[in-house]
Design a protein around this ligand. Structure first.
Ligand code: 5AD
Ligand code: SF4
Length: 436
């Protein structure tokens, strides 16, 4: 059951926020400084923006220099081993800083922190970390912060409060023209390699009127790009029965007057319907880019991954999309070296990649995650072979990406100017490619 946080709960957090402010004032610190480091996906980036909103409410300013900070927070990702290792490395380096700066509070939150064995490891080996909290209690951050400041012992809070939707959290956005707009959280798919359903809980969606109100406010504030976020946006509202599905939501946001581009991620091929592509065709503000993670090109591997579609079903979806939205560009995620994947099965991934012609790919070597079914499966292919396969795949993709880009030389495209870097101007086209 989806449970919306009540006004009383929100009011209680404001009282905690005031108490945090007073705590620092009593120490003679007029404006404490916070440093927030974010790892992982856009969902995490968005969570950090809300955490920063709450920090601002507690009177914090922000810094990028650890030596200047009174509070350092790592918002972590658990999807692959590499991300976790980086967090432990980063946290470990703060040990001496904490020794010199007694008032410094170090905290770890996010998907990694939500895993009990990680919380345990932090408690045992990193006792200078004063606060560890998971993905389900972000809306209680002021309360947890106060508890950690007042406690001599590290505070750990990683309950599974499934189904919670927190509306009206303050937000401190990183950009003034690009906005993340979460529409749902959690995942029900249980792909056998993936930790996300364990750390983010079951799917729950925000009410359409809350999403639409936020979208209208963003457009009114001059935002030019809005990206709808969810682990599986295509199953928006399924659990709640709002009477509005993802396609309806896209149409409703598309109808908001103003000049902006509407993006969304991530989509599961199992739930991406033909109707969705019809909707994209009918909506002028929706970007001509679709991120559709395929993971593998072989039916046996897809089945063991618990993906619920075949290679042919995936390809047929792509063909349909191109028939109704001819200029649509596809990107994808691929896992190389899933347990038991053979050379011949990996070659099916290569042939699928050639057949689709993705504009770009995110490629990963399979990383075992504690508690997932795949971590128990025999995995006979050695690491060097997997690295060689990954290189083979990325070389093929680079060639394809180059060919697709070459086709655009000399054409006129609309793009959103994002940054000036190293003497270049960078702009993003509707199909999500960056032009320098
Ligand atoms: N190992 C490697 N890659 C993974 N991904 C998810 N779990 C794992 C894992 N255990 C990849 C998938 C997913 C992307 C976000 O990360 O490709 O789409
Ligand atoms: Fe990483 Fe997944 Fe959590 Fe995003 S939702 S931070 S990708 S584990």
């Amino acid at each position: 059951m989806t449970r919306i946080i009540t006004q009383e709960e929100k009011d209680a957090q404001r009282v905690f926020a005031d108490a945090v402010r007073e705590y620092y004032a009593a120490l003679g610190i007029a404006q404490p400084l916070a440093l927030v480091r974010t790892f992982g996906c856009q969902q995490n980036v968005s969570d950090s923006e809300h955490i920063k909103g709450m920090l601002a409410l507690m009177g914090f300013g922000f810094t990028e220099t650890p030596e200047d900070a009174d509070f350092i927070l790592f918002n972590t990702c658990a999807v692959r081993e590499h991300a976790s290792d980086r967090v432990f490395g980063n946290v470990g380096r703060l040990k001496s800083l904490k020794r010199e700066h007694k008032n410094l509070l170090i905290a770890v939150c996010g998907c990694m922190a939500q895993q009990p064995h990680i919380a345990e490891k932090l408690r045992e080996s990193y006792p200078f970390v004063g606060l560890v909290f998971g993905t389900h209690v972000i809306h209680r951050f002021p309360e947890l912060m106060l508890k950690a400041l007042r406690s001599r012992e590290p505070v750990t809070e990683i309950p599974v409060e499934d189904g919670v939707v927190a509306e009206g959290l303050p937000v401190c956005r990183d950009s003034h023209f690009k906005a993340w707009l979460p529409i749902m959280n959690g995942c029900n798919n249980f792909c056998t390699y993936c930790i996300v359903p364990y750390v983010r809980g079951r799917e729950r969606s925000r009410a359409p009127e809350d999403i639409l109100a936020e979208a209208r406010a963003l457009v009114a504030a001059g935002y030019k790009e809005i990206t709808l976020l969810g682990q599986n946006v295509n199953s928006y509202g399924k659990a709640e029965g709002y009477g509005m599905r993802f396609s309806d939501l896209l149409r409703a946001i598309n109808d908001i007057p103003g000049d902006f581009i509407l993006r969304f991620m991530t989509s599961h091929p199992r739930d991406a319907s033909r109707e969705l592509f019809d909707t994209i065709a009918a909506c002028d503000k929706v970007s001509r880019h679709f991120h559709l993670p395929v993971q593998a090109g072989n039916d046996r591997v897809l089945k063991v991954m618990n993906r619920h579609y075949t290679r042919e079903q995936y390809l047929s979806l792509i063909r349909y999309a191109r028939s109704v939205v001819p200029d649509i560009s596809f990107t994808s995620d691929i896992i190389v070296g899933f347990p038991g994947e053979t050379r011949a099965e990996f070659e099916d991934t290569l042939s699928l990649v050639k057949e689709v012609g993705f504009t770009s790919l995110f490629t990963f070597i399979y990383s075992p995650r504690v508690g997932t079914p795949a971590a128990q499966m025999p995995d006979p292919v050695d690491a060097d072979t997997k690295v060689a396969w990954l290189r083979e795949l990325t070389a093929i993709q680079e060639e394809i990406s180059g060919r697709i880009s070459a086709r655009l030389v000399g054409t006129e495209q609309r793009a959103l100017l994002e940054a000036r870097r190293d003497g270049y101007t960078e702009a993003r086209m509707s199909d999500n490619r960056v032009v320098r």
